[in-house]
Design a protein around this ligand. Structure first.
Ligand code: ADP
Ligand code: MG
Length: 317
């Protein structure tokens, strides 16, 4: 879907992006992670040719990006930035309809798509007539995403899309992202400096530093098999909480004690629930029950830790 080979961007004295190569598969979410100035935005903007590379190649759906007409490329690739860039004097409906109008969809089709999107981002239809200034930051950001998705681009690029929001809203919207089928199925490259965000949303994470891609892999690979000392250090102080994002209740089940009875007041959760989310629930209820191979498994606040420590030991051996 996206193939990047030996991509470099040189500004007179500064190498912003230094010989970067990676692939993004169809339907995958790749997160470019790194501190400020590490080259994330420059890499992202080269994918839709907002910035032209100094050298290297980019294939989008098998075709060299340089051979594509710019307007065609931008239509195929949705783009979301931190300050959504919504037009203040356009209604929410007109903002979302922007690209479909450029593409001259008929008005009926546009109306249907706009309704579908406003429902998807869980805003009431009455908001369609509102203006961006009447919405909260989190709501505006959802609209920005709806607008980028409107014409069904095959690829979505997002540059710190939640960067302007407070931590509670960020974490709320992240959870929504993970539940939206349209986002889950899309090929996405997203930039963030937030490690937690990268681990929550990324199928794979590419860690950048000094314009170079230090390592690319699944969150578990980065944590358990860091390619170098930089990668190890980068995650060191959040190692345990990050592990809780990479493992699910299902992963934990072999290490939990068998219990024949299951407490009636236990909370039922799906087995793929991540441990970080499960722990959040455990603070409110005494136990969680989930189902693996048609068997019910119970976990309590007291049994989760020994099981987790065995799981981690198994993984790192
Ligand atoms: P990030 O998004 O990871 O914060 P950027 O890709 O924006 O990083 O920038 C990477 C490096 O390239 C930084 O050191 C930045 O100062 C430099 N840079 C970015 N754009 C330009 C430019 N137009 N001219 C000169 N240097 C630039
Ligand atoms: Mg940036």
């Amino acid at each position: 879907m996206i193939t990047v080979r030996n991509l470099t961007k040189q500004y007179s004295a500064q190498t912003a992006v230094d010989n970067v190569s990676f692939d993004v598969k169809e339907g995958e979410t790749l997160i470019l992670l790194g501190t400020s100035g590490s080259g994330k935005t420059t890499t992202l903007k080269m994918l839709n040719r907002l910035i032209e590379p100094t050298s290297g190649t980019i294939l989008i759906n098998g075709v060299d990006a340089r051979q594509r007409k710019l307007h065609e490329l931008r239509r195929e690739i949705g783009y979301v930035i931190q300050e959504t860039g919504l037009f203040p004097h356009y209604t929410i409906a007109d903002n979302i309809a922007l690209i479909p109008r450029v593409l001259k969809w008929d008005e009926q089709r546009i109306r249907t798509r706009v309704r579908e999107l406003i429902g998807m981002i869980r805003l009431p239809e009455t908001y369609l007539a509102a203006y961006p200034s009447q919405l909260s930051g989190g709501q505006r950001q959802r609209v920005g995403i709806a607008r980028a998705l409107a014409a069904q681009p095959s690829i979505l690029l997002m540059d710190e899309p939640l960067g302007a929001l407070d931590p509670v809203t960020r974490s709320h919207i992240r959870r929504e992202f993970r539940q939206l089928d349209e986002l889950r199925q899309k090929t996405i490259v997203m930039v963030t400096h937030d490690v937690q965000e990268a681990f929550e949303l990324g199928d794979r994470v590419g860690l950048m530093d000094g314009g170079q891609l230090q390592q690319i892999g699944t969150p578990q690979e980065l944590l358990l098999r860091p390619a170098n000392e930089f990668v190890r250090q980068f995650f060191a102080d959040q190692w345990l909480p990050l592990q809780l994002h990479t493992f699910s209740l299902h992963d934990l089940s072999p290490y939990l004690p068998n219990e024949n009875t299951h407490p009636g007041d236990a909370l039922h959760l799906p087995a793929p629930t991540r441990l970080a989310d499960a722990l959040g629930h455990l603070s409110g209820s005494k136990s969680i029950v989930f189902e693996v191979n048609q068997q019910f498994v119970t976990v309590h606040l007291t049994t989760i830790w020994p099981a987790l420590s065995q799981l981690l030991e198994k993984q790192s051996s």
